[in-house]
Design a protein around this ligand. Structure first.
Ligand SMILES: [Zn+2]
Length: 412
């Protein structure tokens, strides 16, 4: 596959008239006047910007089915009164169409890889592969559903050899998992060399309960269990002490910051600037579409930047360059992905149509991507496969229809 005459960003500057040659699942060459010996598909990149794939580092993809179902509530009643009762009725078929809907949306926002924790992970994995995305998937572990713990190891074994699906282990949180479940999750991740995924210090109440129960913050408690390492992705990390921040940075924990979900549920504002200063690896996530309510990482980037500026009362913190790095390179590091627009990297990328009002005038494209962009991703490629070309994703109409039908079944 050859992309002709496209623009790309290098150290903030825009380079025009470049060609990107994709062979197999890799970018084999970037340069001028390249030829595709295989005479496969050629894409006209004129007037477009190539960007490396974005990574949604914390989500529950099938929850796209709950989009707009329950808004404007606090986290615990939202979960106990609305989300958990609906999830108790969830079937494999619901998850199939919810995941397809989520994949559609992410392809449209240039997200090529996601990190998920949910139910029916075998189905999620199969559907994600059908849709062509890359994913790190954990079947959620929950003491209220002990049968899920038994399924976790089989899932790790079944998907260990896949090129797109990376199975992982996902205990839900310290307030829903016993010490025994957490230790088992830690040991499984170690045994199979996989990632771990947990919700951590999301609300003030979670921290207060942990101090009452364990005499320690959630971060300190997990550290005492040997749970903190660079194989862990900890979502949220809103309520942190200085000691927590130090521990997360020292242990190399990857933090999936979800600014829109935290703001919408009024959980709070994560101390992202302090985490980064301490050397922690911060990435970006959308969380479930039920608490966001979309999967648009461009929106997460802007909101993270402007909220942190206001929280610190310093407009110079979180410059666009740093924001972009959080959404791309930090995530590649967290998940050990060889991604980026360079020769030899995985061919996971998108093209953005620059002929839009929000990209004009051509002052700083990096700034436009963070602060003014409201759309324009029109081509997405993952693992060398075309998933969307010029705004068209095959099968989209059927997915929208089936997702609607599954929602109606669930809430009937
Ligand atoms: Zn979550």
């Amino acid at each position: 596959m050859l992309i002709k005459d496209v623009s790309l960003l290098q150290s903030g500057a825009i380079l025009k008239g470049r060609d990107i040659l994709i062979e197999g699942n890799r970018i084999s060459k970037i340069g001028r006047d390249l030829k595709d010996e295989t005479e496969e598909e050629t894409i006209d990149g004129h007037g477009k910007l190539a960007i490396p794939g974005l990574v949604n580092s914390h989500t529950h993809l099938a929850m796209t089915l709950f989009r707009g179902y329950a808004d404007d509530m606090a986290l615990m009643p939202w979960l106990t009164e609305k989300i958990w009762p609906l999830e108790a009725r969830l079937t494999k078929e619901d998850v199939r169409w919810g995941v397809k809907l989520g994949c559609l949306e992410m392809i449209r926002f240039g997200i090529t890889c996601y990190n998920d924790m949910y139910y029916f992970m075998d189905e999620t994995a199969a559907v994600t592969k059908e849709m062509g995305l890359r994913a790190f998937l954990s079947g959620v572990l929950f003491d209220a559903r002990p049968e899920l713990t038994g399924e976790a190891e089989a899932f790790l074994k079944d998907w260990s050899e896949d090129d797109l699906i990376h199975p992982a282990v996902g205990p839900h949180a310290i307030y829903t998992c016993s010490e025994e479940t957490l230790l088992r999750a830690r040991d499984l991740a170690e045994k199979y060399g996989t990632m771990l995924h947990i919700h951590l210090s999301e609300t003030k109440g979670e921290v207060e309960d942990s101090i009452k129960k364990h005499g320690q913050s959630p971060v300190e408690y997990l550290d005492s269990l040997g749970f903190l390492s660079n194989r862990l992705v900890a979502a949220h990390c809103v309520w942190l002490s200085e000691k927590d921040i130090m521990l997360l940075a020292q242990r190399g924990v990857n933090i999936a910051h979800c600014p829109v979900s935290n703001l919408k549920l009024a959980a709070g504002i994560a101390p992202v600037v302090s985490l980064m200063k301490a050397g922690a690896n911060v990435c970006l996530g959308a969380d479930g579409a039920s608490s966001n309510n979309n999967l648009n990482l461009f929106e997460e980037m802007k909101i993270m930047a402007i909220v942190q500026k206001t929280a610190c009362r310093r407009p110079d913190v979180m410059p666009a360059e740093e924001v972009w790095k959080i959404a791309t390179e930090n995530a590649y590091k967290a998940f050990g992905l060889n991604m980026g627009l360079r020769e030899g990297a995985l061919a996971d990328l998108s093209l953005i149509d620059l002929k839009k009002p929000w990209f004009t005038p051509e002052t700083s494209i990096r700034s436009h991507l963070i602060y003014s962009m409201t759309g324009g991703v029109d081509t997405t490629i993952v693992n060398g496969q075309m998933l969307m070309k010029n705004g068209v994703i095959p099968g989209e109409a059927e997915i929208l229809e089936r997702a609607q039908a599954q929602f109606e079944r669930l809430t009937a």
